[in-house]
Design a protein around this ligand. Structure first.
Ligand SMILES: NC(=O)c1ccc[n+]([C@@H]2O[C@H](COP(=O)([O-])OP(=O)(O)OC[C@H]3O[C@@H](n4cnc5c(N)ncnc54)[C@H](O)[C@@H]3O)[C@@H](O)[C@H]2O)c1
Length: 338
């Protein structure tokens, strides 16, 4: 017997739909027959949403996540089943420079969104709120990978903004408000459609393809974990569906996800430049990187998937080396068209 397609005709509201994760999620859900309403801030941003003309297949709304009237109207005009709250100011450097606008979007944006849902007469069945591994703050290597019950003790602005959003979401899911909310804390996501070139992987790949000098911002020794976008999209769908079908078990839950692999930043740079056959450039990077100082970044971050595997049976299918040919091909095609 053919399995029933859960997503068919589900009305899904994605905030931050033109972002890296949002556009990939919309693309995937459309294929499954979901009806997407998406909110994004700017008309003209570089996004997979426009490159692949996904915008034509969704109901796209432009505006601020902090605009309560606008969000209220979206819920008044549409019968929504499922929400993914992804809109955020995600640039760590920009957050250090402009903390105020980062608090506005990431903190006020989150409580505005959840407050509208609380006040709304609609019964939304599943709300995923994207927090981040950065919300945990600084833990020594021996305490990692992070566990979901660790105290959130961030210091830097982006990290703090995500921890605030995380706790606000938890409060809305509590006994008092009882919204069906699940919080995700994922490690660094990468893959096709990531067009934020302040992020390490797009920046390094673009340098290789365009033969441009690659500036490393740190000494390259920080440890990070990188999880592939397709794995994350599958996971978001799985979590959202489980929350919808079994709110008692999933509401108020927090889930970490990463690949449980410890990469130093320089390891990632090595892999990218070796794949691109840029050994001479890599030598120069190795020489200069030693002089760099690392400021305002956590030294160690990686995530396992123990809890998430126990709950929904998810584990990552991809590892970084396996995805290199796919992402190089994607960025080459993208950069050629510019
Ligand atoms: N990409 C990662 O590595 C990663 C890892 C962990 C968690 N996250 C979280 O996942 C979510 C999505 O991340 P992403 O990489 O897709 O980010 P992104 O920057 O690519 O997308 C963010 C989206 O939010 C929108 N946005 C920003 N400010 C807004 C505002 N004031 N009002 C309305 N919309 C606004 C942008 O227009 C964009 O569409 C974020 O909440 C982020 O914190 C991302």
């Amino acid at each position: 017997m053919k399995k029933k397609n859960f997503w068919k005709n589900k009305k899904v509201f994605i905030t931050g739909v033109a972002g890296f994760v949002g556009s990939n999620l919309a693309k995937n859900l459309i294929k499954d027959g979901a009806k997407i309403i998406g909110l994004t801030k700017n008309k003209k941003i570089n996004s997979l949403l426009y490159i692949e003309k996904i915008d034509r297949k969704i109901d796209l709304i432009f505006g601020e996540i902090t605009d309560k009237e606008l969000i209220k109207n979206i819920f008044l005009k549409n019968k929504i089943d499922i929400c993914f709250h992804l809109a955020a100011q995600v640039e760590v450097g920009a957050a250090r420079q402009y903390p105020y606008s980062t608090w506005e979007t990431n903190v006020r944006g989150t409580y505005t969104f959840l407050e509208v849902i609380r006040e709304s007469k609609q019964k939304i069945r599943s709300i995923i709120v994207a927090s981040s591994d950065k919300a945990y703050g600084d833990y020594p290597l021996k305490k990692l990978p992070y566990k979901e019950n660790y105290e959130l003790k961030p210091q830097f602005p982006y990290d703090t903004s995500k921890a605030c959003a995380d706790m606000i979401a938890k409060s809305y899911s509590s006994k008092l408000f009882k919204l069906p909310i699940l919080i995700t804390r994922f490690s660094n996501i990468y893959g096709p459609g990531q067009l934020n070139f302040t992020a390490l992987i797009p920046d390094a790949i673009r340098s290789c393809i365009l033969k441009k000098k690659f500036n490393v911002r740190s000494n390259g020794q920080a440890i990070r974990d990188f999880v592939y976008i397709d794995d994350i999209i599958q996971l978001y769908k799985l979590l959202s569906k489980n929350l919808y079908l079994n709110p008692k078990k999933f509401s108020g839950q927090v889930f970490n996800a990463g690949t449980n692999t410890k990469y130093r930043i320089i390891d990632i740079i090595d892999k990218i430049f070796i794949f691109a056959k840029k050994k001479r450039e890599l030598k120069i990077i190795h020489r200069t990187i030693k002089k760099n100082k690392t400021r305002g970044e956590l030294s160690v971050q990686f995530m396992d998937y123990d809890k998430i595997f126990r709950y929904v049976g998810w584990k990552p299918k991809y590892n970084f080396s396996k995805t290199l040919p796919i992402i190089f091909k994607w960025y080459k095609k993208y950069l050629r068209k510019l």
